[in-house]
Ligand binder design. Structure first.
Ligand code: T6T
Length: 314
């Protein structure tokens, strides 16, 4: 049975329901990357709505930190309860492959939301932003903001092995190379902690007084970078392009600490994730890869983009 599902994955079609798809099993579990974060809360809101409209129950079980060692026992526990499907944002593109394979082999439909594994044979579907394109968009936006003046630019990354932020950094690097006036300093990893992000920006400012741009690849790095620029009195003179749109990031955009945000659509990632999981469970055609919208928001067009601001509750 598992082999049939596997073979079908490559074609983007799934005609088999798996053992947990037995009639009557309407349980889904969502395992986000970390708890209490507006990106994942917005995703959960979309997933819950979609599950309800399809007659499924959805339970959310987030880890306390964005860490494979904490996410693995949650996943293993969820598999033991044999839900029909699990939607998961794997916190590591390799370390989560084994535990997710256990789910697949137990007949639980596995769907990736936001982050993904390097091994594309385990989940039946994967729903995310086009993160590489988002990184390119960030570089273009930053280059426009600095007007191609000479100066240094920095990328703040999270944790190596996070598929999304790795792809954003890659896209940024490709695009920034087209702007020879901008000296790319490379990427700093921050452990996805705002305090570490702030410290990396402070150190970079001391070592490179010509710093004119920072691309913060997600919510925590962006919030931390904002703090460092405020403390150094460098807001505005260093252009900060962030990714995501938490209330704090939106506030920083409004007051000029951040010049642009590349916002995702996490509620739609949650909705489409549930849709694909249910399709697989019910033996309907499944789309292996779904990409959701990204939008670059500046201080000038905030009002027109409020629908992209993340939520802190459903
Ligand atoms: O940027 C999102 C998500 O897309 C990424 O995979 C991890 O970080 C966030 O959750 C924001 O903190």
């Amino acid at each position: 049975l598992a082999a049939a599902v596997l073979a079908a994955c490559g074609t983007g079609q799934v005609g088999d329901t798996g053992t947990s798809g037995a009639a009557g099993n309407k349980k889904l579990v969502l395992i986000p990357g970390v708890k209490a974060e507006p990106f994942y809360i917005s995703m959960q809101c979309g997933a819950q709505e979609e599950a309800r409209s399809r007659g499924y129950e959805l339970e959310t079980q987030p880890p306390d930190r964005f860490e494979a060692a904490l996410q693995t026992p949650i996943l293993t526990g969820a598999i033991a309860n044999r839900p029909a499907g699990i939607l998961i944002a794997p916190t590591d593109d390799r370390a989560m492959a084994g535990p997710m394979k256990q789910g697949r082999d137990a007949g639980v439909t596995m769907v990736e939301v936001d982050t993904a594994l390097q091994d594309t044979s385990i989940a039946v579907a994967s729903v995310s932003s086009d993160n590489e394109q988002g990184g390119r968009k960030a570089a273009e936006t930053l280059a426009t903001l600095v007007g191609d003046r000479q100066g240094s630019v920095l990328v703040l990354n999270t944790i190596a092995g996070t598929s999304t932020t790795d792809a954003r950094a890659k896209g940024f690097e490709q695009e920034i190379a087209k702007h020879p006036n901008l000296r790319y300093l490379g990427a700093e990893y921050t452990n996805n902690q705002p305090a570490e992000a702030a410290q990396k920006v402070s150190a970079t400012l001391s070592a490179n007084p010509d710093l004119i741009g920072v691309f913060a690849t997600n919510l925590n790095t962006g919030e931390g970078a904002g703090t460092a620029l405020r403390n150094a009195g460098r807001t505005g003179s260093v252009n900060l392009v962030g990714f995501d749109a938490s209330p704090k990031q939106v506030e920083d955009l409004r007051n000029g600490v951040v010049q642009a945000l590349i916002a995702q659509d996490p509620a739609t990632i949650g909705r489409r994730g549930v849709e694909q999981a249910v399709n697989a469970i019910e033996g309907k055609p499944v789309q292996r890869r779904t990409q959701t919208d990204l939008v670059a928001i500046t201080g000038q067009d905030m009002a027109a983009n409020e629908q992209y601001f993340y939520r802190t509750q459903c």
